[in-house]
Design a protein around this ligand. Structure first.
Ligand code: FDA
Length: 306
């Protein structure tokens, strides 16, 4: 992980920085990465994306809740979002973070919340994907995924795997045995070198290996990256191995690499846009700045335009 990225991720937990940016950030720049603070604003944005041929995964912003009440409210919001998707006829599924659903409070309580969410996903013939958070939570996240998978199967629940973790090849091997639907990402958290590759080139190489491994196992794979080289490699790999387009999709974040998203749609690939919404945008926003410090310049420029 680069020095700048480490500094930004560390600063993002500083209480003064948090208060200051939370107050002004949405106005200055977070709106570039967040579809809206309300569901109504978000529905309008999702319809615009769908009209361009992009499909969506909706993510209610929020993580690391400390009370059951907050976790239950987030559970209800996820359940409601499936209703909105059905009612508004949106082409979208849902992504969730387990620390928003009480993982740090009690694992079995969190599983109960997820049980309700996957039941709604099944009832509305839809799909929920569990985002992957920082490394101390990976084991519990996989345990919860496994339990849900037993109940509803791959059509209604999926998981994320991060290529920066040394353990991921083994995790993908195990998850591949049951044909789990996986999103492969590089990984967005500040991790120690004991658990994650410190060098970007190793993270990129591991990414390709995981995609190859999962596709060759015949499993549905979401290739979630804005990295041109990885996207081009994937296109070539699927062509060389006769992998049907129904077995994979590309995924990118709302507000990032939009012309590449549309280019892939024009080429006939499925592209899903991870679309966050809600008021609790600060930690998500900090990770986007850390990935690309040039984004901080964009935010500063918006500030001086005011
Ligand atoms: P990389 O960082 O190498 O960037 C490649 C190129 O993409 C850059 O050169 C730049 O052009 C562009 N780019 C990347 N980030 C940008 C940014 N913030 N702003 C502007 N341009 C940018 N992580 C995680 O730990 N758990 C998870 O569950 C998820 N979920 C998830 C879903 C989806 C759909 C995506 C696309 C990503 C995630 N991530 C994630 C985040 C992921 O781990 C990673 O941090 C980002 O995708 C950035 O890495 P890239 O793969 O884009 O490559």
């Amino acid at each position: 992980m680069s020095f700048t990225r480490k500094v930004i991720l560390t600063l993002s937990t500083n209480p003064f920085v948090t208060r200051f940016v939370s107050k002004y950030g949405m106005k200055w720049g977070a709106a570039r990465f967040v579809a809206g603070e309300t569901m109504d604003e978000t529905v309008t944005k999702v319809k615009e994306l769908n009209a361009k041929g992009l499909v969506v995964t909706l993510d209610l912003l929020g993580e690391s809740v400390t009370t059951r009440k907050e976790a239950e409210a987030a559970t209800q919001a996820a359940i409601d979002s499936f209703e909105v998707i059905r009612k508004e006829n949106l082409d979208s599924n849902v992504s969730v973070k387990l620390t928003q659903l009480g993982l740090d409070i009690d694992e079995s309580f969190c599983l109960d919340q997820m049980d309700r969410i996957v039941a709604k996903a099944r009832e509305t013939d839809n799909f929920v994907r569990i985002d992957m958070e920082d490394s101390p939570r990976v084991d519990a996240t996989i345990r919860i995924f496994d339990a849900l998978f037993e109940r509803v199967g791959k059509q209604h629940v999926g998981l994320v795997i991060q290529s920066y973790l040394y353990r991921s090849q083994e995790d993908v091997r195990k998850l591949g045995k049951k044909k789990a639907n996986l999103r492969i990402v590089k990984g967005a958290y500040k991790e120690p070198k004991e658990v994650a590759y410190p060098d970007k080139k190793d993270v990129d190489r591991a990414y390709l290996e995981l995609v190859e491994q999962h596709l060759k196992n015949g499993c549905y794979t979401a290739v979630a990256t804005h990295d041109d080289a990885i996207i081009n490699w994937t296109k070539q790999f699927v062509a060389d191995h006769d992998i049907p387009r129904s077995q994979f999709e590309f995924q990118m974040l709302y507000g990032i690499a939009e012309s590449l998203q549309l280019q892939l749609v024009r080429e006939g690939y499925k592209v899903r846009v991870y679309t966050p919404y809600g008021k609790d945008w600060y930690p998500y926003f900090s990770r986007r700045i850390a990935e690309r410090p040039a984004n901080a310049l964009f935010v500063l420029k918006s500030f001086f335009r005011k």
